[in-house]
Ligand binder design. Structure first.
Ligand code: TLP
Length: 345
């Protein structure tokens, strides 16, 4: 029996169209800017996002790190959510490799950071203080359950940053999920950003790769950061080819993943011993808590696995299920049945 793998949307396998595109891709040395498929993907992503230029990198982590290193010098400060992926789950790279100082602001359950708290975190010009260079946002917000930042909220943060001469980076690993769920043009969500990173390898199902977008001068500098991180690739068209298919064919269907996640959340809310706010589930990420410890956390994971359902143990009594291209509506019903059985509900 093949398992119903809800640990992450990173487990998606490339589609047949991607495999065909990979084998047929026109290639060249991207070190010389001569891989036509890479160039096409970078242009296509920049156009979609309403930005000037793009840069293919190996991963979402490398995308975020390349951007922070491009915006900030050693000792500069970045204002960032305390539940953001960059702060929690990227091995402290911005500090370890960039000497960048994170100033965390609490993320609210809706993924935002309170604007007044961002403003008070901005440092005055004083030799005792690091210089505030950058504000980072995340849309959708992973740890906040795939929460959606609205165009109104991001515009308010951008306006604040501009008033203070600070750059804004958007970790848009799942930005297409946000655009689909909000039913807005994705450019509404990138407007005013100095840099945006988007993953091809999550809900869009490409095997790997992320694209950083910004203005042409920023991307030229980010190219140097990518090189320094060892991420300048050669015939990277084999990655870009799948990325182009991801952009052209895999965006609209994200709505299915959101519907599946909504169904999952609604049913989890009826299971005794599990706690969830189903109305918060707007995209493809479903977090829930084990509140009545009739079984241990480890037993929950192990018994679901016996029933062929995999989930992510995200923290004390906290679990995550992520819907994606490899998960059908029927799989969701099976996962719900398995959860009910394991919880004896
Ligand atoms: N998120 C992954 C990993 O934490 C394993 C997941 O399963 O959700 N930004 C955001 C918002 C992300 O969720 C992730 C990955 C990244 C950046 C980093 O992307 P990768 O894994 O490609 O380096």
């Amino acid at each position: 029996m093949s398992s119903i793998d809800l640990r992450s949307d990173t487990v998606t396998l490339p589609t047949q169209a991607m495999r065909t595109a990979i084998s047929n891709a026109a290639l060249g040395d991207d070190g010389f800017g001569e891989d036509p498929t890479v160039n096409r993907l970078e242009t296509l992503m920049a156009e979609r996002l309403g930005m000037e230029a793009g840069l293919l990198v190996a991963s979402g982590t490398m995308a975020n790190l390349s951007c922070v290193l491009t915006h900030c010098a050693r000792g500069d400060e970045v204002i960032i959510g305390n539940l953001s992926h960059i702060f929690l789950s990227e091995a402290g790279g911005i500090s370890a490799l960039g000497g960048v100082f994170p100033h965390t602001i609490p993320n609210l359950p809706d993924g935002t950071m309170p604007i007044d708290q961002i403003e008070s975190a901005i440092r005055a010009d004083n030799i005792h203080f690091p210089r505030t260079r950058l504000i980072c946002m995340e849309n959708t917000h992973n740890r906040c359950g795939g929460a959606l930042l609205t165009p109104e909220y991001t515009a308010a943060v951008v306006a604040l940053a501009k008033r203070h001469g600070i750059a804004v980076h958007l970790d848009g690993a799942r930005l297409f999920n946000a655009a689909v769920a909000l039913a807005v043009d994705i450019r509404e969500l990138t407007r005013g950003m100095d840099s945006v990173s988007v993953c091809l390898s999550k809900g869009l199902a490409a095997p790997l790769g992320s694209v950083v977008c910004g203005d042409a001068a920023f991307i030229a500098r980010a190219r140097r950061a990518r090189k320094m991180l060892g991420g300048a690739m050669r015939q990277a068209g084999i990655i870009a080819a799948a990325g182009i298919v991801a952009l052209e064919e895999m965006v609209a269907r994200l709505a299915e993943d959101h519907a599946n996640a909504g169904r999952l959340a609604a049913e989890i809310s009826k299971i005794r011993g599990l706690s969830i706010e189903p109305e918060r589930v707007r995209t493809n990420i479903v977090f829930f808590d084990l509140v009545e410890p009739r079984i241990t956390e480890e037993e929950l994971v192990a018994r679901l696995k016996e029933k062929g359902v995999l989930l992510h143990h995200a923290g004390p009594c906290r679990f995550r299920m992520v819907t994606h291209y490899g998960i059908t509506a029927a799989n969701i019903e099976t996962a719900i049945e398995a959860l009910r059985a394991v919880m004896g509900s």
